[in-house]
Write a protein that binds this ligand. Structure first.
Ligand SMILES: Cc1cc2nc3c(=O)[nH]c(=O)nc-3n(C[C@H](O)[C@H](O)[C@H](O)COP(=O)(O)OP(=O)(O)OC[C@H]3O[C@@H](n4cnc5c(N)ncnc54)[C@H](O)[C@@H]3O)c2cc1C
Length: 456
């Protein structure tokens, strides 16, 4: 006998997008069941069973309102985003970045959802998109194999699999402060002594380090995945550029790291009074302040090689690793033509996609699509018009992009000013243009929210 589903909405995946989506729908009075497969079944990258666990960096992007992710965060806050609020509540000193204590952030979100009377959390793997009633699919870049197969059956498209990399974490007390020094780039930090720990390289030290990286043994990748390492076009374009493994960057060009994650600008060594040739930065990873991650140092080297080579970094001779870098699968649908800007599957509009799976990249963008899917699903269920996210907002532009980008070369998109409609009278400097984009976005959003009465 078929039992009736007592819930208004099903959300698959309790990550960034799914947690936000569940919260948005539940706060509009809907009964929501949220499926999360962890801790029973893991993804390979997540370390805990917590909802909304950050898998790699603990930074949610810029905290400045006139930067793309900072603007997106401000938009989300104005739309009552649970995760944007949790991020601010659990933030750590990190210069202009919004970095959080990853455990406190996840706990904050999880506790709020667990205590919500409209949300029922089911710790089980979803094997298929349910047939009964509206559903939001937000199982992320590491969606389980069985659900991936069902998604493929629904979308009629082959999911794309490729790889992404995460950075190692070390203990504070293993850093040699005879060499390493605290500083924020150009002194623009929140703490007086500097938010980052910096490991300075001389020219010789830098090139010796790059040589070691280039010659180091990597974890072997299989079949088509190995194309990524060789930098073939599909793989190369498929990486989040900000998450390229350091050995891949070093392999492309010996100077790439000095101009990329190890750029020394604005980081004068207080002992020499000079700018080092290159700098590795370490960013606080937990509230206790005893763990630091290697900024921009995603890697897929063998663990023993990471230990050997990263200890060549000046100041890290005795580094103790609590997590090594790794590479992981990434899954997303080819969104344009499959979903509309309301995140609905065109062939089955009661199915919404959100998060990385929908073709959006970056923590804040994934929270944003979760918010949009939660709001839209609630409106659909309540027979109300869906909220039209203004095209001038960062979230509205991301939604437009994934729905309308060219399908043939579609790649996941992160928040950036380039996807916003052009300004009517663009100011001359980049900084002023960014400010104007931000001002216009928030003005349009406030108008749209006021027109709707409120967001709830
Ligand atoms: C290794 C890695 C590193 C990344 N690093 C960064 C970074 O540093 N900065 C950044 O901005 N972005 C990063 N990203 C991209 C992206 O922002 C994050 O993955 C983000 O967490 C995606 O949000 P999401 O909600 O779509 O997925 P997730 O946060 O991964 O949430 C999906 C949830 O669904 C669950 N799940 C999966 N399948 C099922 C199933 N069948 N049934 C039930 N539950 C299921 C998972 O356990 C997970 O909890 C990274 C991605 C990967 C893979």
């Amino acid at each position: 006998m078929k039992t009736e589903n007592p819930f208004d909405l099903t959300v698959l995946g309790g990550g960034l997008a799914g947690s936000e989506a569940a919260w948005q729908a539940a706060s509009r009075g809907l009964k929501v069941r949220l499926f999360e497969m962890r801790p029973e079944k893991t993804t390979g990258a997540h370390k805990t069973g917590h909802l909304a666990e950050l898998v790699c960096s603990n930074s949610l992007g810029s905290a400045l309102p006139d930067r793309a992710t900072g603007l997106l965060k401000e938009e989300l806050k104005r739309m009552n985003s649970l995760l944007a609020r949790a991020a601010e509540k659990t933030s750590l000193p990190a210069g202009n970045a919004l970095a959080v204590d990853r455990d406190l952030f996840a706990q904050e979100v999880e506790t709020t959802l667990e205590n919500h009377s409209n949300i029922h959390i089911i710790r089980e793997e979803a094997l298929a998109i349910p047939q009964d009633g509206p559903v939001i699919v937000a199982t992320g870049p590491l969606t389980s194999e069985r659900l991936s197969a069902d998604i493929r059956a629904h979308t009629g498209e082959e999911n794309l699999f490729f790889f992404d990399a995460i950075a190692p974490i070390i203990t504070l007390d293993s850093i040699n402060f005879e060499i390493a020094y605290r500083a924020s780039r150009y002194g623009r930090g929140t703490s007086e002594e500097g938010d980052y720990i910096n490991c300075p390289f001389t020219k010789d030290e830098y090139y010796a380090f790059v040589e070691a990286l280039r010659g180091a043994e990597r974890i072997e990748l299989q079949g088509f995945e190995s194309g990524i390492e060789q930098g073939v076009s599909a793989g190369k374009d498929s990486f989040f550029e900000g998450c390229l493994p350091v050995e891949v960057l070093a392999g492309r060009d010996p100077n790439a790291l000095a101009f990329g994650p190890m750029r020394p600008v604005g980081l004068i060594d207080p002992r020499s009074g000079k700018r080092p040739f290159a700098v590795l930065q370490l960013r606080q990873d937990n509230l206790a302040g005893d763990l630091y991650n290697l900024v921009g140092f995603q890697t897929n080297l063998l663990y023993k090689e990471q230990e050997r080579i990263l200890r060549l970094i000046p100041g890290l001779e005795n580094a103790q690793f609590v997590r090594f870098g790794q590479m992981h699968r990434n899954t997303y649908i080819s969104a344009p033509g499959l979903i509309n800007r309301d995140l609905q599957l065109i062939s089955r509009p009661e199915v919404f996609f959100a998060g990385q799976l929908s073709g959006v990249e970056g923590y804040m963008g994934n929270i944003g699509t979760g918010l949009a899917a939660g709001m839209n699903a609630a409106a659909l269920i309540r027979n109300e018009p869906l909220f039209e996210f203004p095209a001038e907002t960062m979230l509205g532009s991301l939604l437009n992009y994934i729905a309308h980008a060219e399908q043939k070369h579609f790649q996941p998109m992160k928040a950036n000013f380039g996807i916003l409609p052009p300004l009517e009278n663009p100011p001359r400097t980049k900084q002023d243009r960014a400010k104007e984009y931000a001002r216009r976005s928030l003005e349009r959003l406030d108008e749209a929210l006021a027109g709707r009465g409120n967001t709830n």
